[in-house]
Design a protein around this ligand. Structure first.
Ligand code: HEM
Ligand code: HEM
Length: 468
């Protein structure tokens, strides 16, 4: 990487930025899930570790959440945008040099941000945990240069229109910057009480709804047509998806605070808007599944389609669950329990991670111009993720229902902890499978770079993925 920092723009090979982001994302995926596994062990076997203060659950939980969201998910997004945007615009990335610097400063910034969380220097607000100097660094050193590269590449495109995925990328980066700056206002203006709580959840909800959900979807809008060879079923439905996300997803932040003393009208409004999120969700899932027409055999034989379609299928229970759990009666029961943790992982480890993994698998083969080293190891990775995630989701959903019942029947806390113990062990086992699967993934990609069969010019990796 270092040799490209001071090289001339024309001397940096195309795709360098995307490749650096892709490798970083896999490394952060391993670190983040390793931290998750460590935390889960702490909840399953509380006495196993009493060491350093910095390694206690309260610190490590935040570090896990930010490592997986800003390290894995966001860097996989950056990698995907850096190769998909130019490909769809029939042009090259606006500035590889800016991209390489962006990737380096992104990694440095993330290490610094996590180190501060680790030492307990935090704003104390979930998801916007960073202190304001780090917020400014994230906004102006990590996100703005990334967005600039995406927007300028689209401006310099050599196609007439803007493809659906690029439209999503450009729009989501714009909305993310606004969400980031507005959502961190409590930090800058010392807001307290309900204002602070509302703004905190407005931020968290919109990072999920205007960045993670639509960008993961946009990636699949590229991968599925590209690999199946089918055109996207409907660009109009793609537009319906985008605009209904903007309208319906940006508003129901209050559904995260249903038990708080926020105005009743705001909570009711959020609840109704939350159900309307089913409009973009149904539009999206139908659009992708209909694009698969006549190519369903690839769901078995092609690793990227296997990952992508699994992610899309997981979006169905995710959105159904979301709509269900934010109705007042249900939310009262499951709020603050493991059910929500299960929902969060269905969203981020299920739906979004499967989409991003597909994009990183595909992108790295295209960028390296090498065929995947081992299809069997990739399949192994897929099953470790799917089984590990399923164990996680099932165990935490059951644990959440037990906690909800215990809350209502006022069961003593210690009895709840004892009842949950087996589920905590299963969650730890499932999460640890995901962690080990990711180590195998890194090995497979390192070997792809070193020993993968070179893809002849003019051919796509997917065409020769399974030829021996
Ligand atoms: C119809 C769609 C959805 C609805 C109505 C919905 C609703 C909700 C509600 C009401 C909560 C908070 C529950 C509580 O704490 O009482 C929640 C939490 C969460 N949702 Fe969703 N959700 C939906 C889809 C999604 C999607 C697509 C994602 C991300 C890809 C997502 C990610 C999360 C996460 C990470 C949390 C945990 C927040 C926390 O730490 O408390 N959800 N969702
Ligand atoms: C891409 C992968 C992952 C993502 C994006 C992710 C994301 C998250 C998020 C957003 C939360 C906060 C949930 C909430 O407050 O509702 C969380 C908590 C947690 N995660 Fe993960 N996670 C991932 C993988 C894992 C893995 C593999 C494990 C290993 C078991 C794990 C273990 C945990 C634990 C123990 C917590 C704390 C839950 C609690 O407080 O009860 N995560 N994670």
């Amino acid at each position: 990487m270092l040799k490209y920092l001071f090289a001339k723009e024309d001397d940096i090979p195309q795709g360098t930025t995307a490749l650096f982001f892709a490798v970083s994302s896999i490394a952060w995926f391993i670190i983040g899930t390793g931290l998750g596994s460590f935390n889960a062990a702490k909840l399953a076997f509380p006495d196993w570790y009493h060491g350093l203060y910095a390694l206690q659950f309260g610190h490590m939980r935040q570090v896990h959440v930010h490592a997986v969201i800003f390290g894995w998910i966001a860097m996989a997004f950056a990698a995907s945008m850096m190769y998909i945007t130019p490909a769809l615009g029939n042009t090259k990335l606006w500035s590889e040099k800016l991209g390489v610097w962006n990737c380096l400063l992104y990694n440095i910034g993330l290490c610094l941000a996590l180190a501060l969380l680790w030492t307990g220097i935090t704003s104390g607000r979930e998801y916007s945990d960073h202190i304001w100097p780090i917020d400014l660094y994230i906004a102006f050193v990590m996100v703005v240069p990334w967005s600039l590269n995406v927007w300028m590449t689209i401006v310099n495109r050599r196609t007439q229109g803007i493809y659906t995925s690029n439209w999503f990328f450009a729009g989501c980066m714009f909305m993310t910057i606004i969400v980031f700056l507005v959502g961190n206002l409590p930090e800058w203006f010392h807001l307290t009480g309900l204002n602070e709580a509302y703004m905190t959840w407005w931020f968290a909800h919109n990072i999920l709804g205007l960045l993670i959900t639509p960008v993961a979807a946009a990636i699949t809008y590229y991968i599925v047509p590209k690999i199946t060879g089918n055109p996207l079923y409907s660009h109009r439905v793609g537009h319906l998806h985008f605009w209904s996300i903007v309208v319906f997803y940006s508003t129901p932040a209050a559904h995260h605070l249903m038990s708080s003393p926020l105005p009743e009208w705001l909570k009711s409004f959020a609840s109704v808007e939350g159900v309307l999120i089913l409009v973009p969700a149904v539009a999206y899932v139908c659009n992708i599944l209909l694009t698969m027409q006549g190519k369903w055999s690839l769901f078995v034989s092609n690793i990227e389609i296997k990952f992508t379609i699994t992610g899309v299928l997981l979006a169905i229970p995710l959105n159904m669950q979301g709509g269900f759990q934010q109705t007042r009666a249900i939310n009262w029961y499951i709020h603050g329990t493991g059910w929500i943790v299960a929902h969060a992982h269905l969203a981020l480890l299920g739906f979004s991670t499967f989409a991003e993994a597909a994009a990183v698998y595909y992108g790295m083969q295209v960028l390296l111009r090498r065929k995947l080293y081992s299809a069997s190891l990739a399949n192994f990775h897929f099953w470790m993720l799917l089984i590990g995630f399923s164990l996680y989701w099932t165990s935490m959903t059951i644990a959440g229902l037990i906690q909800g019942a215990a809350k209502i029947y006022e069961v003593p806390y210690v009895d709840v902890v004892i009842a949950e113990h087996p589920y905590m062990i299963v969650r730890w086992l499932g999460g640890t499978m995901v962690f080990f699967g990711n180590i195998i993934w890194l090995y497979n990609m390192v070997m792809t770079a070193r020993a993968g069969v070179v893809i002849p010019a003019g051919r796509q990796p997917v065409e020769i993925a399974y030829t021996r």
